[in-house]
Design a protein around this ligand. Structure first.
Ligand code: 7PM
Length: 282
């Protein structure tokens, strides 16, 4: 099980960590510290040294209530950082965007994965993804970022998220994306209450069952704030705990802010998971 990220292979038989590099000035937890190109590169270099195999770069804040960002603004934020990163570091670069123009420019600049919280539903996005030949992460979101947390409602959140994601994957395959290049993501916090998020994590094996590798983002999310009443800068330990749970339940890629702690945690978790396979080969 491996992804072909613009020529770089990513092995999914071991859990992989995706480090979040935000280049939005209003990014919710890094407070706009990594706005400049040099500081972004330094942060990325640190995350790679800590064991991240993917760096996720996003220029649009998907925070509930956040303002829309223009194509030009997103290009200006993201493309220079991708160009520099691609020249300086041997790491897979993921672009967190829903805009086809940004996807196209990002892949041309060296991005090896498209991460779209709107699951390639914006006009033109699916065709750009097909033409780019990089893997895609399809995420579930109910509603739109500005209003999604107002009144999330489901009959059965796990079934609805699974059916949405499988339907999107089927559309992507029909359009020409190889099934082996598709990742699915339940989209924790995107149009979900605390209970919805907890159910989705508890029932993650239902999503694993689809056969598509799962990427999950739980790092520093508001569900932790709701459970523990902690501000965003004090959510390291519970974020690591949720990453371990997700990886134990079958997630393949963990999208996180705190790379070093998460890499160590999911590696020991994987050793426990894989102990029978080690014995079988001896
Ligand atoms: C405010 C609220 C700011 C939420 C930032 C966020 C995911 C993602 C994001 C995810 C995938 C965050 C999110 N979350 N992409 N992009 N999966 N694939 O916490 O869960 O970073 S933005």
């Amino acid at each position: 099980m491996q992804l072909n990220c613009a020529g770089t292979l990513l092995d999914l038989s071991q859990p992989q960590v995706m480090g979040i590099l935000n280049v939005t000035p209003d990014s919710f937890s890094d407070g706009g510290r990594f706005v400049g190109r040099d500081s972004a590169i330094a942060h990325a270099r640190e995350m790679v040294a800590e064991g991240a195999s993917i760096i996720d770069i996003g220029g649009e804040s998907t925070r509930p209530g956040a303002a829309d960002v223009s194509v030009q603004e997103e290009l200006d934020r993201v493309i220079p950082v991708i160009e520099s990163l691609h020249l300086e570091l041997p790491v897979i670069i993921s672009v967190d965007t829903s805009k086809p123009e940004v996807m196209r420019a990002a892949v041309a600049a060296g991005a090896g994965l498209i991460n779209d919280v709107r699951a390639l539903r914006e006009p033109g996005a699916l065709q750009v993804a097909v033409d780019s030949h990089v893997p895609v992460c399809l995420m579930h979101m109910q509603g739109a970022p500005r209003t999604m947390q107002q009144q999330p409602e489901y009959q059965d959140v796990v079934t609805e998220v699974r059916d949405f994601l499988v339907a999107r994957a089927t559309d992507c395959i029909a359009a020409g994306i190889p099934a082996e290049q598709i990742l699915l993501d339940p989209g924790f916090g995107f149009g979900k209450t605390l209970e919805h998020n907890l159910r989705l994590l508890r029932q993650l094996p239902v999503l694993v069952q689809t056969g598509y590798p799962l990427l999950v983002g739980l790092s520093r999310k508001s569900m932790i704030g709701q459970l523990l009443d902690l501000p965003v800068e004090q959510r390291l330990q519970p974020s690591v705990a949720l990453a371990v749970l997700a990886s134990w339940l079958g997630a393949r890629i963990l999208r996180v802010h705190d790379v070093a702690a998460t890499v160590q945690a999911v590696r020991v978790c994987a050793a426990v998971k894989d102990v029978d396979t080690i014995n079988a080969t001896r």
